[in-house]
Every structure is written in C-alpha cells, then in structure tokens.
Design a protein around this ligand. Structure first.
Ligand SMILES: Nc1ncnc2c1ncn2[C@@H]1O[C@H](COP(=O)(O)OP(=O)(O)O)[C@@H](O)[C@H]1O
Ligand SMILES: Nc1ncnc2c1ncn2[C@H]1C[C@H](O)[C@@H](COP(=O)(O)O)O1
Length: 223
C-alpha cells in the first residue's frame, strides 16, 4: 500500500503550511513533501530584494515588499495547479494580506492609498472563482516565547534585530486570523505535539490528520 493510500491523501493534493515567522513552516513543508514524494514550493528569503531593506525601514518598503510577495506567491500558486498538484507550500498567499499588509496598514507603516491598491490587486488576482485554493491549510501554532526563541536560534540578523513587540503583535493577529479563515479546510497543529527534528517519524500522525481533513471536507461537499 502506498503512503497516499495509507492516509487517503490524493497524489494531486495541494497542501499549504501557515503560521507566524519562525514557527516551523519550512521544516514541516520539507518533512511532509519528503514522506509523500511531493514537490515543495519554498518561500525564498535570501533572494528577496526588499526584505532586508523592509526590516530597516517599514514605511519606505512595505508596499514594494507586498507587491513582490504577491507576484512571487501568485506565480507559485499557478505553477502548483498547472503541474497538477502534488505540492506542499511553505506559507500561504492568504497570510500576506490577512496578516502582514493589514498589520502594517493598522500600525501606520503602510499608507491608506498603498493598502487600498494592494488589497484590490490581491482580491482581483486571488479571491476569484478562477483561482484554485489548496486542499488543506496546515496552521502551526506555538507560544510566543517558543517562537521568539526559534527566531533567535535560526539567526537571520534582520529578524533578530526586530523588536519583540513586532512578533507579539503578529502572534496575536495570527490567532484571530485563523479563527476566521474559511477559504479552504484548516488543520491546526501545535508545536508541542510533534518534533520533526528529534523524531522525524512524528510526521506520521500529521499525515493521518491531513488525510482526514481533506476527506472530511470532500464528504461534506457531497452530502
Ligand atoms: N520541531 C522543532 N523543534 C525545534 N526546533 C524546530 C522545530 N521545527 C523547526 N525548528 C527550528 O525553528 C526554526 C524556525 O523553523 P522554520 O521551519 O525555518 O520556520 P518558518 O519557516 O516557519 O519560519 C529553525 O531554526 C528550525 O530548525
Ligand atoms: N507578506 C509579507 N510581508 C512582510 N514580511 C513577510 C511577508 N511574508 C513573509 N515575510 C517575512 C517574514 C520573515 O522574515 C520572512 C520569511 O518568513 P518565514 O515565516 O520565516 O518563512 O519573510
């Protein structure tokens, strides 16, 4: 029996992984893709031409950065579906607008005009019946302290130098955002319930839940 049959995960599934910075999305993305022999769509940090500048001057670069992320993730989303699925994606496109753009607008580091321009572009590109959504969004959650520790250990200077208040604000917003997210089925996982670094096999119960979430939703659709 193949692993796809074992957990009832279609070979053409598209799985996206969401959660705050440093919570463990990339690690989870690679572990799931490896088990399912799926392709990954990784968020590229080193080649992002705006990210470091943005962390040094939010006001100056927040619009440029959001447009860049929107273009990159839109192209990736298109690629995943054009290739017929079988992908795990490191961070969903929905967090760009629901978390980041909104947070910078609310905090005054993105202007009203820029926010309007960005959100109308996002809505026109993504929130249309023509744009396919993932089969499941895995939401990883953890305590603020664990996340701050992970950001420090990972060691990207631009993130290490960012005040804790930024991560705290983001952490609170994520909880709100996920509780109101309805675009595709959600599977919530807490970082205390697995450890992919010490115990790679702890991905197995996650695969089981992925299959259940995808199929639970398909059954609901056919009732
Ligand atoms: N289960 C885990 N236990 C301990 N550390 C972890 C775990 N998963 C990820 N990490 C570490 O936390 C840091 C952030 O993980 P990463 O996957 O890069 O997060 P994200 O993609 O969400 O920013 C990395 O240093 C990674 O090695
Ligand atoms: N849409 C975004 N706006 C601002 N910053 C963002 C956005 N998407 C990702 N980021 C930042 C946050 C991190 O510093 C890096 C990579 O994210 P990670 O959660 O570590 O994968 O990009």
């Amino acid at each position: 029996m193949s692993i796809h049959e074992k957990y009832n995960i279609p070979k053409n599934a598209v799985i996206t992984v969401a959660g705050t910075v440093g919570v463990g999305k990339s690690t989870m993305t690679k572990a799931i893709a490896n088990k399912l022999s799926f392709e990954t769509s990784m968020e590229k940090v080193d080649t992002n031409p705006y990210l470091d500048k943005f962390y040094h001057d939010f006001e100056r670069w927040s619009f440029h950065l959001q447009i860049y992320f929107l273009a990159e993730r839109f192209k990736e989303q298109k690629r995943m579906f054009e290739q017929g699925g079988g992908f795990v994606q490191d961070r969903s496109i929905y967090e760009d607008t629901g978390i980041f753009a909104k947070m910078h607008y609310d905090k005054g580091t993105m202007t009203n005009i820029d926010y309007e321009t960005y959100t109308s572009l996002f809505e026109a590109m993504v929130m249309t019946p023509f744009f396919p959504h993932p089969d499941v969004l895995i939401y990883i959650e953890g305590s603020l302290q664990d996340i701050i520790d992970r950001i420090q250990v990972r060691g990207r200077p631009m993130e290490q130098q960012t005040p804790t208040a930024y991560w705290k604000e983001m952490h609170g917003r994520y909880e709100n955002w996920i509780n109101n997210f309805t675009t595709c089925p959600v599977l919530k996982i807490n970082i205390n319930d697995y450890d992919l670094i010490q115990n790679p096999e702890s991905v197995e119960p996650i695969l089981k839940k992925i299959g259940e979430t995808i199929n639970g939703n398909r059954n609901l659709q056919h009732v």
